[in-house]
Design a protein around this ligand. Structure first.
Ligand code: XBP
Ligand code: MG
Length: 253
């Protein structure tokens, strides 16, 4: 079937947002609420096992803070902390921005010029996606994506397939007409579960995760003169990830 659309994960795939973005924003929210919770870089790597910021805070308390006595309104507290965290995170993007990963801007431009359709499928809160696209990609980058599937729009977050299925339903497309980009095991399980061929570009938090089923596993998308490292699979005869490579992965059995 002809390739019609590319579906992108956001955190870790478009930009390295977790360590210096989300993590820092969580800590700012905890301080704001007078909590002694501080997530260092290593601990945050463990917490990333659970997707979704609210879900991650619940997991932290349950798995790492047996000393913490939950108040009766703990669910509301976590929701309030999460709103504060979103405010800190979007402000950080507005003030400095987190750059797109190598090859992302180039590939998105090539894909748009070729007339392919684009969508986002992510676990993060919609405001976070909007802020990242606007401040780190382009003023009008939100319009580049026909569908932005994000956050609580589906009840079951990645690794469940729901967010990808929802995005494709909105686009009236079958998985055979689409191709996905992910950076993590949870993300790959979600996209494969939705029937999507998927390219994985790893980052420091995900490099040791298992990625069987991906069309290839690379350090990044690469740029002309700056080929990515290949951890699994091959680049379909190209020097970096371009639309030719994507069409070949998509067409392969
Ligand atoms: C992203 C996430 C999110 C962000 C935080 O995973 O796991 O939870 O870390 O976002 P993926 P919120 O890249 O697989 O979509 O705090 O807005 O939930
Ligand atoms: Mg991700």
């Amino acid at each position: 079937m002809q390739l019609k659309a590319l579906l992108f994960d956001v955190d870790g795939t478009l930009a390295d947002t977790e360590r210096d973005g989300h993590r820092v924003a969580f800590n700012a929210a905890f301080s704001e609420y007078g909590l002694d919770w501080q997530w260092d870089v290593a601990l945050y790597g463990q917490l990333l096992a659970v997707t979704g910021g609210k879900e991650r805070m619940h997991y932290y308390v349950d798995a790492f803070r047996s000393d913490y006595v939950k108040p009766a309104d703990f669910v509301e507290l976590v929701a309030a902390l999460h709103r504060a965290k979103t405010r800190h995170y979007t402000r950080m993007l507005q003030e400095g921005g987190i750059p797109m990963r190598s090859g992302v801007v180039r590939l998105l431009k090539e894909v748009r010029d070729a007339g392919l359709r684009l969508a986002i499928a992510t676990t993060t809160t919609p405001e976070n996606v909007t802020a990242l696209l606007r401040h780190s990609l382009a003023d009008d980058a939100n319009d580049w994506f026909e569908v932005i599937a994000a956050g609580d729009i589906v009840p079951a977050k990645k690794p469940a397939a729901d967010i990808y299925l929802w995005a494709m339903q909105q686009m009236q497309l079958k998985p055979e007409a689409c191709f996905a980009f992910e950076d993590s095991e949870n993300g790959l399980r979600s996209s494969l579960g939705a029937g999507l061929k998927t390219l994985v570009t790893i980052n420091d938090y995900t490099r040791n995760q298992p990625f069987s089923g991906a069309v290839a596993v690379l350090s990044d998308l690469g740029e002309p003169g700056q080929s990515p490292l290949i951890l699994a699979g091959h680049l379909c005869g190209q020097d970096y990830v371009n639309l030719t490579a994507i069409r070949r992965w998509h067409a392969a059995d």
